[in-house]
Write a protein that binds this ligand. Structure first.
Ligand SMILES: Nc1ncnc2c1ncn2[C@@H]1O[C@H](COP(=O)(O)OP(=O)(O)OP(=O)(O)O)[C@@H](O)[C@H]1O
Length: 249
């Protein structure tokens, strides 16, 4: 199992310091949630971890490998996957074809377009297994553009799983997913616990408290607390800065 080490990471947009000297150790196998009010810098931080956004300062390591200067595809090959923006879904292709492309990308084979991909039984088998893990195998032949919002989310998860992640970055997986679908999605994510490390950004506090081993709280780009969910929930500084605000709302 592989952990993630984040040291003194910062990013500014113009005069706005969006992440400010963030240091964080995500233990191997842990589900680590990052919570915080709107605009706190959570998505920016995930983008810095995934390599979509270059940091102004600081370092990121996966296991003992420093990946600070690696591109996103290089990070994916080392096992750091981001759902849900790792690959944009191709609406005119089936769920299976979308996942098959991710399998192919992981294997580092050149980006051959369809015809070849659909014909490769072994590739399809790996893609089907990722689809099944995301609960979407019965929709394998459906065009991505015909999937519901909840199914899209599951397709994005399947695409991330197809890269065989060691560390999975989940950026608001429940956004726009409601009710029973959300509960089913949380249960699905729970089945991945212990298989790989997860960093989760999520506004749905029920999901956070159901999934996270530890929680870090980001406010105005700074981490103000890290700890077990129950400790963070009762931390006065956190309540004042964030959770209290939700209750008032
Ligand atoms: N590319 C960019 N250029 C300029 N400002 C940006 C850019 N990306 C983000 N910001 C600003 O940085 C701040 C943090 O944004 P970010 O999306 O990281 O926050 P967040 O915690 O994920 O918010 P939310 O919970 O609302 O998704 C915001 O004020 C946002 O407007």
């Amino acid at each position: 199992m592989t952990g993630l080490d984040v040291k003194n990471l910062s990013k500014s947009f113009g005069a706005l310091k969006v992440t400010d000297d963030v240091s964080l150790r995500v233990e191997p196998g842990e589900v680590h949630a990052i919570i915080g009010p709107n605009g706190a810098g959570k998505t920016t931080l995930i983008s810095q971890l995934s390599g979509q956004l270059a940091s102004d300062a600081g370092s990121v390591s996966i296991g003992d490998r420093d990946i600070t200067h690696l591109s996103m595809p290089e990070r994916v090959k080392l096992g750091l996957a981001r759902s849900f923006q790792i690959t944009s879904i191709l609406p005119g292709f089936t769920a299976l074809e979308n996942v098959a492309l991710a399998v192919q990308a992981r294997r580092g084979s050149s980006f051959r377009f369809f015809g070849n991909v659909a014909g490769e039984a072994e590739l399809n088998e790996a893609a089907m297994s990722a689809l099944a893990e995301a609960g979407l195998d019965d929709r394998a032949e459906v065009l991505a553009k015909s999937l519901s919002h909840g199914e899209h989310r599951r397709l994005e998860l399947a695409i991330a799983l197809a890269t065989d992640p060691k560390v999975l970055l989940l950026d608001e997986p429940l956004a726009g997913v409601g009710g029973e679908d959300a509960e089913a999605f949380v249960s699905r994510l729970q089945t991945f616990k212990g298989r790989f490390t997860m960093v989760l950004i999520e506004h749905d506090m029920d999901a956070v408290f159901a999934l996270a081993d530890r929680v870090s709280v980001l406010v105005y780009g700074k981490l103000i607390a890290t700890g077990k969910p129950e400790d963070v929930r009762s931390d006065p500084a956190v309540r004042a800065a964030y959770l209290g605000e939700e209750e008032v709302a």
